[in-house]
Design a protein around this ligand. Structure first.
Ligand SMILES: [Fe+2]
Length: 265
């Protein structure tokens, strides 16, 4: 069974390059489960319900987000409108599971593929160089205790490579894949860990690579050079779709291969 995970869609350039490639990648790899991180899809900041619908229309089964999940207020109602037990699209948009209790939305989705394979997607967020939130390691333990599916994919949205590598080893043998998001720079360390978990520290963003992690280069450089505030605008140049294709045994959830992908225009 092949799983496609697409890294953080950034702005209109990111949406366009994903629209261009996601269909043929899904077909070429006979992908059964497609997970897309969409936290920067709306102009680089957050996700709106219409854009979530647009990305679902491309064939995504589950969308993940991250620290920018609340940037567009209308997403809160979209998440709240979907009942916990439903399979509605709003229920299939995740925010990190280790946000404080009572936060809108969910960090876990359990579903079934078209061929009848049960799966779970968990999103967690790191705490190193990020807003202090609940412990992602203990949150993972608590969620895994209640999941019956063998195929389990974790999007770990984190800043520090050390924390993401730590999560990979912590969950090795307990989930199918731990895939990092948030830094927007793909790492070349994709591998299968000792007990059968596919891992990559960061799959990279799907967005404009002639930029500073998605934002217009001049605007970010100005901030670094002057330390003055300024408005950030999403860049457009050199878009690439980044992600990973994970191959696993649907009966055990054990991964056998992970392939990094980066596709330009
Ligand atoms: Fe992020």
């Amino acid at each position: 069974m092949n799983i496609l995970f697409v890294g953080d869609i950034f702005g209109s350039a990111g949406r366009r390059i994903v629209r261009e490639h996601v269909g043929h990648v899904r077909a070429a790899h006979n992908v059964e489960l497609t997970i897309i991180n969409a936290e920067n899809a709306a102009g680089g900041f957050g996700l709106t319900p219409p854009l979530a619908e647009e990305i679902f229309d491309l064939g995504a089964d589950v969308l993940t987000t991250g620290n920018h999940v609340w940037d567009k207020k209308e997403l809160i109602d979209y998440l709240r409108a979907a009942p916990a037990a439903s399979r509605e699209r709003g229920r299939r948009v995740l925010r990190p599971a280790n946000f404080q209790p009572g936060t809108p939305g969910y960090g876990l989705y359990e579903g079934t593929t078209a061929s009848g394979v049960d799966y779970a997607v968990i999103q967690l967020q790191g705490r190193v160089f990020m807003t202090p939130i609940d412990d992602p390691f203990r949150t993972a333990d608590a969620l895994l205790a209640g999941i019956k599916a063998k195929v389990i994919v974790v999007d770990f949205h984190g800043e520090a490579t050390s924390e993401k590598v730590a999560m990979g080893w912590y969950l090795d043998g307990r989930v199918t894949a731990v895939l990092g998001t948030h830094t927007h720079v793909p790492t070349a360390d994709e591998r299968i860990l000792h007990n059968g978990t596919a891992f990559q520290t960061d799959v990279g963003m799907s967005g404009p690579y002639d930029s500073i992690i998605g934002v217009e280069t001049d605007l970010v450089l100005h901030k670094f050079l002057t330390a003055m505030p300024g408005k950030f605008e999403p860049a457009k140049g050199n878009p690439k779709m980044c992600g990973a294709v994970v191959t696993c045994d649907p009966a055990t959830g054990r991964a056998s291969a992970i392939q990094r992908i980066m596709l330009g225009e």
